[in-house]
Design a protein around this ligand. Structure first.
Ligand code: S3P
Length: 172
């Protein structure tokens, strides 16, 4: 009964796939961004604005540790979607492994840009040239995503149903 963890860049579809997969597999879903917002009583944008990215990264690690503690008493496996920058921190790589099977939703920069271009809730992309920022961050992060992953699913041009079928097949 291993948890399923969804990783990948912002806009790779983690939350949507996670939500739909939790329905299909009849198990609860958590999202580290939402857990952090709930715990802090403010949005991710507000946390970045007031306390900065480094503080947010600490909250992500704390959130992972809490999820691992809760695993002990859990009766059901969970689907857990994690923030796009979480796998980059070395400490989080080990925590991801402890928490469950890590599924990396891999998308290319064009897919990502199309999905996030009108979004204002992702502070890292509120800049003059989000396309360039996406390309740069993706290049920096790709090795961390790959290293942390048990399963890699390419999502470009695929429907959510197809992505979920591939995940189910890979974890059988
Ligand atoms: C971030 C991704 C966001 C959120 C924060 C930082 C990142 O989550 O954690 O804005 O560094 O890539 P999503 O990947 O769910 O958008």
């Amino acid at each position: 009964m291993k948890n399923l963890i969804l990783t990948g860049f912002m806009g790779s579809g983690k939350s949507t796939v996670g939500f739909r997969l939790s329905y299909r597999l009849r198990c609860p879903m958590e999202d580290t961004d939402r857990l952090i917002e709930k715990e802090e009583g403010r949005t991710i944008s507000e946390i970045f604005e007031t306390d900065g990215e480094a503080y947010f990264r600490k909250l992500e690690t704390e959130c992972m540790k809490k999820l691992i503690r809760e695993m002990g008493s859990a009766k059901q496996k969970k689907i857990i979607s994690v923030g796009g920058g979480l796998p980059v921190r070395e400490e989080n790589q080990a925590l991801l492994k402890q928490l469950g099977t890590v599924i990396y939703l891999r998308a290319n920069a064009e897919t990502i840009y199309e999905r996030v271009k009108h979004d204002t809730a992702r502070p890292l992309l509120q800049c003059d040239d989000p396309q360039e920022k996406i390309r740069r961050l993706m290049k920096e992060r790709a090795p961390f995503y790959e290293k942390a992953a048990d399963v890699v699913i390419d999502v470009d041009g695929k429907r959510f149903e197809e992505i979920m079928d591939e995940i189910e097949e890979a974890i059988q």
